[in-house]
Ligand binder design. Structure first.
Ligand SMILES: Nc1nc2c(ncn2[C@@H]2O[C@H](COP(=O)(O)OP(=O)(O)OP(=O)(O)O)[C@@H](O)[C@H]2O)c(=O)[nH]1
Length: 324
């Protein structure tokens, strides 16, 4: 099938065409990459129309339950919701956080939702690129809310925050010691903090935790001017507080403004281009025969203190550029 036809199918909401295009984008085969890029080039004008949400939180906080409940609520309101995941650790476990579809049963069954597990394998940079491309493809297919989930294991939160409009941090109904486990850097990325499990016996702790998080957040510089990060309480299980989360998303978008959102997305696109350049250059560098031939010796010379690192790097670069 040619690119134009595939693009047209995606634009008209053909889910199989969308799924296949994402598979292409996830492939590391050069011809697949080429096709995926050609497809994205054609579809680019049809992208940008979704509210892009990043969601992260420590394991067990209830991310799947929250996305299932929140996504279903949005669908009731007439939205179309795509859920993508970033999970660079999945190559270790062989599974992925969204691989187990039963965890988002309702969404997985809904014709108004599209749930895509994390691409397996590769570096965080690679997984992030493929997820960005998948996000654009989902937008072209008419999904007006795109959710990128990541399990809170460090660097992946930054990768997600760099591709979404709003980063939502889901936290457990406990403060103090348990809060210590959450990296400060991750809290600093949050545009919205949501305490889950505010129900039953946990209600009082959720309330306490929310107050603690709120005062801790006051110490931080806001992610966006004119925006004080709110702390909300929800119960994914009882499906409570979900409308308030969506309203907060709307308020955040309003605080950003059209121009602010456009600037944010433009900066993200530029940063993405540079990370592509970084990745491609490093790959080309390592694969270059003259570099490959000298790399082991250069590393040994630097580790044993026989050569300054800067000199070794300069010599390798000269070999890469064919100047030796
Ligand atoms: N009481 C209560 N329990 C909840 C709520 N949401 C999720 N849980 C429970 O919390 C546990 C973890 O939920 P998941 O949705 O699997 O959590 P997760 O953060 O996606 O987990 P991982 O992705 O495996 O880290 C499950 O036992 C859920 O039943 C809630 O709103 N209230």
């Amino acid at each position: 099938m040619d690119i134009e036809e595939t693009a047209e199918r995606i634009r008209t909401g053909d889910r199989r065409a969308l799924a296949r295009a994402i598979t292409l984008a996830e492939s590391s085969r050069a011809d697949h990459r080429e096709r995926a890029e050609a497809l994205l080039a054609v579809l680019l004008p049809a992208t940008g129309g979704s509210v892009r949400l990043g969601i992260s939180g420590p394991p067990g906080v209830g991310k799947s339950s929250f996305i299932e409940a929140f996504g279903s609520r949005l669908i009731e309101e007439g939205h179309r919701v795509a859920v993508l995941a970033i999970d660079p650790s999945s190559r270790v476990t062989g599974g992925s956080i969204l691989g187990d579809k039963t965890r988002m049963e309702r969404l997985a069954r809904s014709p108004e939702a599209f749930v895509r597990p994390s691409p397996t394998g590769g570096s965080l940079g690679g997984v992030a690129r493929r997820t960005r491309e998948a996000l654009l493809l989902c937008e072209a297919a008419g999904f007006d809310v795109t959710i990128v989930e990541t399990v809170g294991v460090g660097q992946s939160e930054t990768a997600v925050a760099d591709m979404v409009d709003l980063f939502l941090l889901l936290l457990p109904p406990a403060g103090g010691d348990e809060l210590q486990g959450i990296k400060k850097g991750v809290v600093e990325l949050a545009d919205l903090v949501v305490v889950n499990k505010a129900d039953g016996d946990l209600l009082a702790s959720a309330r306490r935790a929310a107050a603690e998080y709120q005062s801790a957040l006051r110490m931080l510089r806001p992610t966006t001017a004119d925006w004080q990060v709110p702390v909300l309480q929800v119960s994914a299980r009882e499906e409570r507080g979900l409308d308030e989360v969506w309203q907060a998303v709307g308020r955040f978008r309003a605080a950003l403004g059209e121009a602010g959102l456009a600037r944010k997305r433009a900066a993200q696109a530029r940063a993405w281009m540079w990370s592509e350049i970084d990745d491609s250059l490093i790959r080309a560098f390592r694969a270059h025969p003259a570099v490959a031939a000298r790399l082991a010796e250069a590393e040994a010379a630097v580790s044993e203190g026989r050569q300054p690192a800067a000199t070794a790097a300069r010599e390798l670069l000269a070999a890469f550029l064919g100047r030796t």
